[in-house]
Write a protein that binds this ligand. Structure first.
Ligand SMILES: O=C[C@H](O)COP(=O)(O)O
Length: 214
């Protein structure tokens, strides 16, 4: 399992979370990455944690004020990027362009989707993975793997029908090792989570729990 911790715009200390994630990844052998605010990418990457961007533009270099370029995040230490999110929805053409831009810059890609139908559509764009997240469960305290296990199984089937090489992650409300184990049993290859770590009093303890049943 791959655990990607999205810090969103939470008021956490990105270096504290990054250091905890690096240490837990090293001690557990589980792949853990952190996606901070774009402005924090470089100093998060300096902790040696695997670092991801929260999104990249479909634009390349040029007159594109306000764009976060794939090349720029790669140059500042990112190994991959989320693309699209329920909290910042993009059009299909933009998602397609961002996947292409990320691949051009050598970044791994995870496209977020709300449901199995969108998962299949996103898989057709050829990312490394699609993360399915029911919007109503995001930021809550009930895991998608408990509240809506069928959506994970259906998303896995939808992606496999389009492109068996595209992995499926799940997210929303995941906060314990039991949640992660349940997601793995449903066929998920990874977890996208945020509040369970970014809002935890002790991010390292939260991460230790998350990897405890892998
Ligand atoms: O990007 C992360 C997801 O939206 C999940 O967020 P959450 O773990 O706070 O539910």
């Amino acid at each position: 399992m791959f655990i990607l911790v999205n810090l969103k715009a939470y008021p956490c200390d990105p270096i504290e979370v990054a250091t905890a994630a690096r240490d837990v990844a090293e001690s557990s052998g589980v792949r853990i990455a952190v996606a901070p605010q774009a402005a924090d990418l470089s100093r998060v990457a300096e902790t040696d944690v695997e670092t991801w961007a929260q999104h990249v533009s479909s634009n390349g270099h040029g007159s594109y004020t306000g764009s976060t370029l794939a090349e720029a995040v790669a140059d500042n230490g990112a190994a991959g990027t989320l693309i699209n999110h329920s909290e910042n929805r993009r059009k299909l053409a933009d998602i397609d362009g961002s996947v292409t831009a990320a691949e051009r810059a050598g970044l791994e890609t995870i496209v977020c989707a709300n449901n199995p139908t969108q998962t299949g559509a996103a898989a057709a764009l050829g990312p490394d993975a699609v993360a399915v997240e029911p919007p109503e469960l995001i930021g809550g305290d009930v895991s998608v793997s408990t509240a809506d296990p069928g959506i994970v199984e259906d998303a896995v089937a939808a992606a496999a029908a389009v492109d068996p090489d595209v992995e499926v992650f799940c997210g929303a409300g995941v906060s314990t090792g039991e949640d992660v184990a349940a997601a793995a049993d449903l066929g998920a290859s990874g977890i996208l989570l945020a509040s369970g770590v970014a809002k935890a009093d002790d991010p390292e303890a939260a991460l230790v729990d998350l990897v405890s049943e892998i």
